[in-house]
Ligand binder design. Structure first.
Ligand code: KG4
Ligand code: ZN
Length: 359
């Protein structure tokens, strides 16, 4: 079954074609980073309008990349939420229109479920045989710009939410700290880049372990970084730091602070994931979402989970950040169960993981 997926939950306009929830036949991603950079974050109205402009070319490119005609597409899927309402509307309605025009089944997909199913994807049909499917029960750490959730997955579509962030998401913390350090948006990759030249032990930053819970909290860490930045640049504030003059910024040990911050985030994510993997005796640990592209997180999680004798897997970096292959992969498993959506569905900007009971 070939599913055409559409994703416009935030600032990537993406269209993909995925076979059987597994093999990526096309994965077009038109990034809006350059457009939003000057605002230091996503400007929602601009994002919606750019989706309108970029979505038809992305569809044409996806069909061309897969060398597909419409007769080879079996279903259409689009991200329904969570995300920015004005952005979601563009992709969801575009996908509904395609389904209506082509007489194909349609399904709205939860973006978090999309992130989860990136762990099932392989880059092309040749890789399919060599990469085993994740096994259940699986523990999934979703770390993106909007979410930080630890999920126990018992089977396809069976989720149990173990914990989530009480304040900032991990990616949001990376983005806010990047701003404080005068680094461009989106902050995560830039923090990782400058941190590579820094000492992760240079600053003693807090790690909110929240004993007895699988919840997360990153706002204390972010504030601790702000206090240090203030010592170097007395007028620093969350918004003002990005426009600090280069002379003043030079005094700030950016690399050491970035490395210490990154290590504090990684320590918390690794410790909690390892603990849950042990408690629930999972067969597999998966990390997904934009922050799962972070190299030190991948390396240190691999060591910690490896020590438990549990299999650990993370998607290729291009599948960690937003993409439509994720949407198409998650859709396949719903469609296999006979589930489709009505063309009357609305976007769901605050959608939570469906069926996710919590402890
Ligand atoms: O999954 P995603 O593309 O969008 C959401 O659904 O939120 O995640 C984007 C987030 C941003 O906060 C970005 O800074 C972060 O992922 N990110 C990273 C890295 N690459 C992207 N954070 C840390 N290290 C990275 N290498
Ligand atoms: Zn995302």
């Amino acid at each position: 079954m070939n599913v055409l997926g559409v994703e416009t939950s935030c600032d990537e306009t993406a269209v993909a074609i995925v076979r059987d929830g597994r093999s990526i036949l096309a994965n077009m991603i038109a990034s809006q980073i350059e457009l939003h950079k000057r605002f230091g974050g996503v400007y929602p109205e601009l994002a919606s309008r750019q989706h309108v402009l970029a979505i038809t070319p992305a569809l044409d490119q996806a069909l061309a990349a897969a060398q597909f005609g419409w007769d080879q597409i079996d279903a259409i899927a689009a991200t329904q939420g969570p995300g920015l309402a004005g952005s979601l509307v563009v992709g969801l309605n575009f996908a509904k229109g395609l389904a209506l025009a082509r007489g194909l089944p349609f399904i709205g997909i939860n973006h978090l479920e999309g992130h989860i199913y990136t762990a099932w994807l392989v880059r092309n049909p040749e890789e399919e045989a060599g990469v085993p499917h994740p096994e259940f029960p699986a523990l999934i750490l979703i770390v993106s710009g909007g979410h930080t959730e630890l999920v126990l997955m018992h089977g396809h579509g069976e989720y149990e939410l173990l914990g989530h962030t009480l304040d900032d998401a991990a990616g949001e913390a990376f983005d806010k700290v990047a701003r404080l350090l005068g680094l461009p948006y989106p902050g995560g990759p830039h923090v990782q880049r400058v941190a590579a030249a820094g000492n992760p032990n240079a600053f003693d930053l807090p790690r909110a372990m929240l004993p007895g819970s699988y919840d997360f909290s990153f706002s204390g860490l972010k504030t601790a970084v702000l206090r240090i930045v203030e010592k170097y640049t007395p007028t620093a504030s969350m918004g003002a730091a990005a426009t600090r003059s280069p002379t003043v910024m030079r005094e700030l040990p950016v690399a050491d602070l970035a490395a210490s911050f990154q290590q504090a985030v990684v320590d918390v994510l690794v410790a909690k994931t390892r603990q849950a993997a042990e408690e629930f005796k999972v067969r597999q640990v998966l990390i997904v979402g934009g922050v799962a592209a972070n190299a030190p997180l991948r390396q240190q999680m691999a060591v910690a989970i490896g020590e438990l004798g549990v299999t650990f897997h993370y998607p290729a970096p291009v599948l960690c950040t937003d993409n439509a292959a994720a949407t198409a992969a998650a859709a396949y498993y719903h469609l296999q169960r006979g589930e489709t959506s009505s063309l009357g569905i609305d976007v769901a900007p605050s959608l939570r993981l469906q069926g996710a009971g919590s402890r």
